[in-house]
Design a binder for this molecule. Structure first.
Ligand code: 15L
Length: 261
């Protein structure tokens, strides 16, 4: 089984590489920078996710794609549209041209970040309400996934990932944390679930303070085993005024002037 991981040199990609390495699986690691310290079962390809021809070649012989590539925080519109939006188009189109049957798309909670928290679990498939241009790019990626499923039959699973870091670093992450191990388990579920069609699921651990649904992820066979609460004593309880929204600080005003992106 050959799994292509885009953005493999990034934060989540680096956390997932060892967790997705299984006997009989080749990880084809794509990034714009070469990947050092390749392990058994890994191969590295240096290319841009906005180079459709290169991406189509890289997709040859691949069984599934985990698309992590792109900017992972807010940037100016020209940067987001050039990298994340064009990159998502190239990814789905390359998958179609190369006949890759399944794409797991790393969407984000910021696709729906401006929904206010209302004391109930935010449902899977919540209506888009992006909190940034970055969030808009995730909505666009989900929309492309939907189109490529309906028009071409690709299986597309969009994971609205919370905060995937080694451990939570602020009060919000006590709710939004997706542990690296749970992230690996969630991706495995998305890769293995039979006939998924088009899905949108939250990516979050079994946090005591969680405010996102786990229904769709569980329906794919995911069971989170970690809980951010074990780190509660290590993070400041200082509330942030933007924590009233699902997207937290991404909802704050952003300075797009030169040098701020
Ligand atoms: C994301 O989508 C970002 O890529 C990441 O940098 C975190 O900020 C995360 O969301 C979050 O909401 O904590």
């Amino acid at each position: 089984m050959k799994l292509l991981i885009t953005g493999a040199a990034g934060g989540v990609g680096t956390l997932l590489r060892p967790r997705l390495a299984t006997p009989g699986r080749t990880l084809r690691l794509l990034d714009i920078v070469p990947i050092a310290d390749l392990r058994d079962g890994e191969e590295s390809v240096t290319a841009s996710i906005t180079d459709l021809d290169a991406l189509t070649e890289v997709c040859a012989g691949v069984d599934a794609i985990l698309h992590l590539g792109g900017l992972s925080t807010e940037h100016r519109w020209d940067q987001i549209s050039e990298v994340n939006i064009e990159g998502a188009y190239c990814l789905f189109e390359a998958a179609r041209r190369a006949g890759v049957p399944r794409v797991v798309f790393a969407s984000s909670n910021h696709a729906v970040g401006f929904h206010p928290k209302d004391g109930t679990e935010a449902p899977d498939y919540g209506y888009p309400r992006p909190d940034t241009f970055y969030g808009v790019s995730k909505v666009l990626g989900e929309a492309l996934g939907s189109l490529y499923h309906d028009r071409y039959g690709l299986d597309v699973i969009c994971l609205r990932i919370g905060s995937c870091f080694p451990k939570p670093v602020n009060a919000r992450m006590l709710a939004s944390w997706l542990s690296p191990d749970d992230c690996g388990r969630l991706v495995e579920a998305a890769l293995a679930t039979p006939d998924p069609g088009f899905r949108i699921a939250w990516g979050v651990s079994a946090n005591t303070r969680r405010w996102w649904s786990l229904d769709e992820a569980r329906a794919m066979g995911f069971e989170p085993l970690d809980n951010a609460e074990v780190f509660a004593d290590e993070v400041s309880d200082e509330p942030d005024e933007f924590d009233r929204f699902l997207g937290g600080a991404f909802c704050a005003p952003y300075d797009y002037s030169e040098g701020q992106s």
